[in-house]
Design a protein around this ligand. Structure first.
Ligand SMILES: CC(C)(COP(=O)(O)OP(=O)(O)OC[C@H]1O[C@@H](n2cnc3c(N)ncnc32)[C@H](O)[C@@H]1OP(=O)(O)O)[C@@H](O)C(=O)NCCC(=O)NCCS
Length: 203
């Protein structure tokens, strides 16, 4: 079978959550043995939940229930949800997830969390850069969006440092999480497409 370059460039290539890495971290699937790290590092932490649509877990048992759902979802090719594992310590210190995949428009939304004890060490930025690269260059997304509560300035800073561009302010309503209404900033990252002369240009 012959593939035209254009066909390859214009198709989503979703293989589920595949392992990728950065200099300091491995991004891999969650496993049941991660429950302790996940609970201790962010799902039990009020500050981590503060500007987000999720509530802290009341016990590690709740985390285990969520975790087993995530693991079950790995059978789906469009389920992208990475554990961020520190290469040096093997601890799971964060997560990155992809939501709102629009296959025809080839766009999606990304979200991330890093353990509070490790904030401001460039970790979210390092991980987001790799994930944006994976989603646009390997999985074939045309555009990746991200939203942050306007009070969550650290998250906006991460988006900017990772090369995302501010689009607009937006009101976001989460009907399935106690009807939260959030004033957000919307950012996006567009795919860099190689042109026929071998140079690269922004779409
Ligand atoms: C947002 C979050 C992921 C950032 O992770 P991180 O690993 O600390 O991010 P980085 O170290 O890569 O970058 C943080 C940047 O924000 C800046 N920052 C931190 N607190 C800030 C604040 N209150 N106001 C403005 N900037 C701030 C840091 O100085 C740094 O920028 P710099 O490198 O220019 O100095 C982390 O705080 C987190 O997990 N929060 C809880 C979950 C969450 O809100 N996720 C985002 C959902 S949209």
């Amino acid at each position: 079978m012959v593939f035209l370059a254009e066909d390859v460039l214009n198709k989503l290539r979703l293989f589920g959550t595949v392992e990728i890495e950065t200099a300091r971290f491995t991004l891999r699937r969650f496993q049941m043995s991660d429950a302790g790290d996940i609970y201790a590092n962010w799902l039990s932490d009020e500050d981590s939940a503060k500007y987000n649509a999720w509530k802290v877990h009341s016990s590690i048992e709740v985390t285990k229930e969520y975790l087993s759902e995530w693991i079950n979802s790995y059978k789906n090719k469009d389920y992208l949800h990475w554990a961020v594992e520190d290469k040096a310590t093997k601890e799971v210190i964060g997560s990155v997830s992809v939501a709102n995949i629009k296959k025809k428009k080839r766009c999606c939304e990304v979200g991330y969390t890093i353990a509070k004890k490790l904030w401001n060490q460039g970790i979210a930025t390092e991980v987001l850069i790799r994930v944006l690269n994976y989603l646009t260059q390997e999985a074939g997304f045309e555009k990746v969006c991200a939203l942050h509560d306007i009070r969550n300035e650290a998250s906006g800073r991460v988006m900017e440092k990772a090369g995302m561009k501010f689009v607009k302010n937006k009101i976001q309503i989460f009907l399935n999480s106690n009807n939260i209404i959030m004033k957000c900033r919307l950012y996006e990252f567009k795919r860099n497409v190689p042109n026929l002369e071998g140079h690269t240009s922004l779409n």
